[in-house]
Design a protein around this ligand. Structure first.
Ligand code: SF4
Length: 183
C-alpha cells in the first residue's frame, strides 16, 4: 500500500505542478462560502448536478468531508499572455480537467477505495451538464464536485499544502484534492 508521499508523487507524475498533504482535521471549512456560489460569478449555479444547490447542503457536504483523514492537494499554475487571454484560461481549465480525471483513474487503478475526489469549479466531464436538460447525470461514477462546493477555504488550504493561492499577474491557478479515508 502506497503511503501519502508516494501517492503525492503519483499526482506529480500525472502533471500537477505542486502537491502537498493536509490533515482533514486542519482544513478550514466555511459554510458561508456557499453564498459565493449563490452569487453565480462562475455561471454554473444550478446548472450542474455537482454544483449548488443540487450537490446538497454545504453543512452536509462538510460533514461528509470531515469523515476523511487526509487531503492530498494538488495545484496547476499556467501563464497567460495577459489578463484578457481567454484561450489561455480555457487551456488551463482543460489541463486541470485532464489532470483531475487522470488522478481519479490512477487512484482507482491503484485499488484505493474510500476516496473523495474534488476538482476546481463545477464538474466538467460533459461539455454541457445533463442538469441543463433536466436529465439524470450521464456519468455518476466520474462526476466530480469541487473544493468550493464543499466549503473549503482554498486560500487557507494552499499554504497549509505548501503552495501559493495566487501566483502573480497573468497566471491562472487551479486546485484539486483527493480526500483519503481510513485504509
Ligand atoms: S458527469 Fe456530466 S451530467 Fe454528470 S454532473 Fe458531470 S457534467 Fe453533469
Amino acid at each position: 500500500m502506497m503511503d501519502h508521499e508516494e501517492l503525492l508523487q503519483q499526482i506529480l507524475a500525472l502533471g500537477a505542478d505542486k502537491v502537498g498533504a493536509v490533515p482533514v482535521a486542519e482544513i478550514d471549512f466555511e459554510p458561508s462560502f456557499r453564498s459565493l456560489c449563490e452569487s453565480n460569478a462562475c455561471g454554473m449555479y444550478g446548472r450542474s448536478w455537482m454544483c449548488p444547490p443540487h450537490i446538497g447542503k454545504v453543512e452536509d457536504l462538510i460533514a461528509q468531508a470531515k469523515g476523511y483523514q487526509t487531503a492530498l492537494v494538488y495545484q496547476i499554475v499556467d501563464t497567460l499572455e495577459d489578463s484578457y487571454d481567454f484561450e489561455g484560461m480555457m487551456a488551463a481549465g482543460e489541463r486541470m480537467n485532464r489532470l483531475t480525471a487522470a488522478v481519479r483513474r490512477k487512484f482507482e487503478e491503484l485499488g484505493l477505495k474510500n476516496c473523495l475526489f474534488l476538482g476546481a469549479g463545477g464538474c466538467r466531464i460533459c461539455p454541457k451538464c445533463a442538469k441543463q436538460d433536466d436529465e439524470p447525470c450521464r456519468y455518476p461514477d466520474l462526476a466530480m464536485s469541487s473544493l468550493e462546493a464543499y466549503g473549503v477555504n482554498v486560500s487557507v488550504l494552499a499554504p497549509q499544502a505548501g503552495m501559493k493561492y495566487i501566483n502573480g499577474v497573468n497566471t491562472v491557478t487551479y486546485f484539486g484534492a483527493v480526500l483519503l479515508g481510513e485504509r
